[in-house]
Unconditional design. Structure first.
Lengths: 112, 113
């Protein structure tokens, strides 16, 4: 049973560019959440998708957007990248509104 | 708004000694509480969770945590540290099942031989 998978594992971009990160949820899961973990800090909630709709959103600017596909996979898009967007981006999945969210290994983004 | 405070960003313990990681939370509703562990260059793995059932929660790898409402705490313990416990530990709170997780700043555990 595959867990949550994310791609790519690492990414280097320059300021002003746009980036797309991808997440495939654990088998049987239909809800996907995205978190940003800056170096030395705890993860911060970006948004959550369920049934292809954004269900919850954290305190992130509109430069951060997402999408969920009919197969429940999800993308995180970040426009106009800033140096401060450098972080580990974590995807988590669950079924419906279960208590437990399962995390993927993350995508490490470096903005130069 | 919810918040989590983890006291001590770094903890050093000897192998075989007690591990105690402190977590205090703030929530206006009965909380769901979680402890996650993160090994270097990896994602988060759930250690245990409290969801309003028993106040003493047992998790994986010999860890347990006790929910104390009067102290708004959810401290994590392990009686005997193992070298493989060296990692970063995060406490998190949610206001409802499936809602966003709010994490503390993390505690990095170093285990000395």
């Amino acid at each position: 049973d595959a867990g949550v998978t994310q791609s790519p594992t690492h990414l280097i971009k320059t300021r002003g560019q746009q980036v797309t990160l991808r997440c495939s949820p654990k088998s049987g899961h239909d809800t996907v959440s995205w978190y940003q973990q800056a170096l030395g800090q705890g993860p911060q909630f970006i948004f959550q998708y369920y049934e292809e709709e954004e269900r919850q959103r954290g305190n992130f600017p509109d430069r951060f957007s997402g999408h969920q596909f009919p197969n429940y996979s999800s993308e995180l898009n970040v426009n106009a990248l800033l140096l401060g967007d450098s972080a580990l981006y974590l995807c988590a999945s669950m079924r419906g509104r279960q208590e437990t969210q399962y995390f993927g290994p993350g995508t490490r983004l470096l903005v130069l | 708004a919810q918040s989590v405070t983890q006291l001590g960003s770094h903890v050093s313990v000897s192998e075989g000694a007690l591990v105690l990681l402190r977590c205090n939370y703030s929530s206006s509703v009965p909380p769901y509480l979680f402890w996650y562990v993160q090994y270097p260059n990896q994602g988060l793995q759930l250690l245990l969770k409290y969801t309003s059932a028993a106040t003493l929660v047992k998790g994986i790898n010999g860890f347990e945590a006790e929910f104390k409402k009067s102290e708004t705490s959810f401290h994590l313990t392990k009686p005997s540290a193992h070298m493989s416990d060296a990692a970063e530990y995060f406490c998190a709170v949610s206001d409802a099942a499936g809602n966003k997780l709010t994490f503390g700043g993390g505690t990095r555990v170093l285990v000395k031989p």
